[in-house]
Design a binder for this molecule. Structure first.
Ligand SMILES: [Zn+2]
Length: 457
């Protein structure tokens, strides 16, 4: 009886989705079909195709995939994996769908990678290759006065170079990996590795001046020049500029309370209120989204970098399986999470980053670490005063939205939507006003504490 019931449900649920199989080109070049639904693919079938051993622990509810030298533990419902004993954030959660264990291609690729496999393609056509078959690009940077040269080695083809306002993209016809991020040397603020693309972000006023492809060995040289002495926008600006980032938007709704409060709506409301408060105090404000639209994390960061904002504040609301969890938390960027809870929050918020693998350059990061922690403290101290809760504090975690920023940047989780009491509180317009005023005061205190810019009080 139960079986028929679930089949009926399944037909209803399934009707909105595309075909339920995807073709995978195996290591030997043969093709097999595995289960897929929408952008989710059958993770266990992929591991089987790769020849990876998979075990299941009923006690912990988790799977163990093991190759000769490596082991990955993952749990349906979770966005964290344990790779060779270390906790890592996956791009998205592993899920249970009917009797399949599924994940997005990006998440499946992240599980296969430490086991020695690359997963290429998308949910319509996939191919599995052994790690050694994907070209590994090596990058080196040399800076000499007003010019800098980036050389990419280990190429198997001539890539295409596309200039961008904040850097440039190097496009390949097949997937590539980057061996390691080169020392930034004050020229680069970061690099992203996407499937067939390396995207380099330049620190203003560095600009791409030209590129040259050379043989023996195949390599690409990119020349950068420093334009003028100081960033013109920063000089011309008479008032400080803050970029506020309302978390989520569009299809990405974020966390949801039992009473129906949706994170993407709350973050936009709060951001608008904070903006109004800051503008009253003579601070210029830009929002990363003005309405209910999806904006990639990369573009949120790029906007702040392009405007050379004085600080970047990403506003979110929390969710926790522990329903009693309450209070605000403020995070600033770190490659390491301060605790498991911080790692989970980062994993959840990072899900929207998709297959973008952000690599931080130590230089950009360290330059703003102290200022970011100061901004976080100004905010968290006031949030604790507002709520009367003292046990939540400033934390460090690898949030994708904070990586790649070239200014002090923090992420605020204003409260827990998973806590029914707190959801009611966060739904109240009066409380939203108080919360926004508190955030604005913290940002103003931070701006005033800096040596160069003094906003009118
Ligand atoms: Zn969020």
């Amino acid at each position: 009886m139960k079986r028929y019931l679930s089949l009926g449900l399944l037909l209803l649920v399934g009707s909105g989705f595309a075909a339920s199989a995807v073709e995978v080109t195996t290591l030997s070049g043969s093709k097999v079909e595995i289960f897929s639904r929408g952008d989710l693919v059958d993770l266990l079938a992929l591991l089987q195709v790769a020849g990876v051993k998979v075990g299941f622990s009923a006690a912990s509810g988790s799977y163990v995939a093991s190759s000769e030298n490596h082991e990955v533990h993952f749990t349906p419902g979770g966005s964290l994996a344990v790779v060779d004993g270390e906790l890592v954030s996956l791009p998205g959660p592993v899920r249970q769908l009917e009797n399949h264990v599924v994940a997005t291609v990006e998440t499946a690729a992240a599980i296969l990678r430490p086991l020695g496999f690359r997963l290429l393609g998308n949910a319509r056509a996939l191919s599995l290759v052994a790690a050694g078959q994907v070209p590994v690009v090596e990058a080196s940077v040399q800076v000499a006065g007003e010019t800098a040269t980036l050389v990419l080695f280990g190429l198997q083809e001539k890539p295409r170079v596309v200039p961008e306002t904040d850097g440039f993209r190097v496009l390949f016809s097949q997937s590539v990996q980057l061996a390691s991020s080169p020392a930034g040397g004050g020229v680069f603020s970061g690099v992203q590795v996407q499937e067939r693309e390396l995207r380099f972000f330049l620190v203003a006023p560095w600009q791409l001046a030209g590129s040259e492809f050379q043989e023996n060995p195949l390599r690409l040289s990119l020349r950068m020049v420093r334009q003028g002495a100081a960033p013109p926008k920063a000089q011309a600006r008479t008032q400080p500029l803050v970029v506020l980032d309302p978390g989520h938007g569009g299809e990405d709704e974020g966390a949801k309370g039992q009473g129906g409060l949706v994170e993407k709506n709350l973050t936009l409301t709060l951001s608008r209120l904070v903006a109004a408060q800051l503008q009253k105090a003579g601070v210029a404000v830009r929002l990363t989204r003005e309405g209910d639209e999806g904006v990639a994390l990369v573009d949120r960061v790029a906007l702040a970098n392009r405007l050379q904002a004085d600080c970047f504040v990403s506003i979110h609301a929390n969710a926790s399986p522990a329903r009693a969890a309450r209070g605000a938390e403020t995070y600033f960027m770190s490659a390491e999470a301060t605790d498991a809870e911080a790692a989970q929050a980062a994993a959840r918020e990072n899900a929207a980053a998709g297959d973008v693998q952000l690599i931080l350059w130590e230089l950009a990061h360290v330059a703003n670490l102290e200022a970011s922690s100061r901004l976080a403290l100004e905010l968290q101290t006031r949030l604790n005063q507002l709520s009367g809760i003292r046990d939540r504090g400033v934390k460090q975690a690898p949030f994708a939205v904070l990586t790649g920023t070239t200014m002090p940047a923090v992420l605020v989780e204003v409260g827990f939507l998973s806590n029914p009491e707190e959801e009611v509180r966060l739904s109240s317009p009066a409380e939203q006003e108080r919360l926004a005023a508190t955030l604005a005061q913290g940002i103003l205190a931070f701006l005033r504490s800096r040596p160069t810019v003094t906003p009118t009080p």
